[in-house]
Design a protein around this ligand. Structure first.
Ligand SMILES: [Zn+2]
Length: 121
């Protein structure tokens, strides 16, 4: 199997309702998001898919999450915008944007340099 990944960044605020601790209050992160896709078959050029399309799709998905209060964004009004839920959010949407023969492997969301969540379907 061939696997490709791209990453991008966004900055936003969130709060984790129901969490007993500092993260229950509003605070921000500089998030890093990595998307990994995979497939068995390359095209005539030798590509699984075009990196530029993968990057553009990721950018389009994280644009609505950038410089906002994540709790107010559709998809996070009734579930906390935790790193885990952000990874799932991007995974589900990116799945619908992939060409035939390419599927999602993982979405990894870093909320700091030393803390990440991975969703793999
Ligand atoms: Zn946080």
């Amino acid at each position: 199997m061939y696997r490709l990944s791209v990453h991008d960044y966004f900055s936003s605020a969130h709060q984790l309702k129901g969490y007993r601790g500092k993260c229950e209050g509003v605070h921000g992160h500089n998030w890093k998001v990595e998307v990994e896709v995979g497939g068995e078959t390359l095209d005539d050029v030798g590509l699984l898919m075009d990196f530029s399309i993968l990057k553009k799709n990721l950018r389009n998905l994280i644009e609505p999450l950038d410089h906002v209060m994540l709790n107010d964004v559709d998809g996070f009004r009734d579930r906390n915008p935790s790193s885990e839920h952000i990874a799932r959010h991007i995974f589900d949407r990116m799945s619908e944007m992939l060409p035939a023969g390419v599927s999602m492997i993982t979405v990894t969301v870093w909320e700091s340099e030393n803390a990440k969540a991975v969703y793999s379907g």
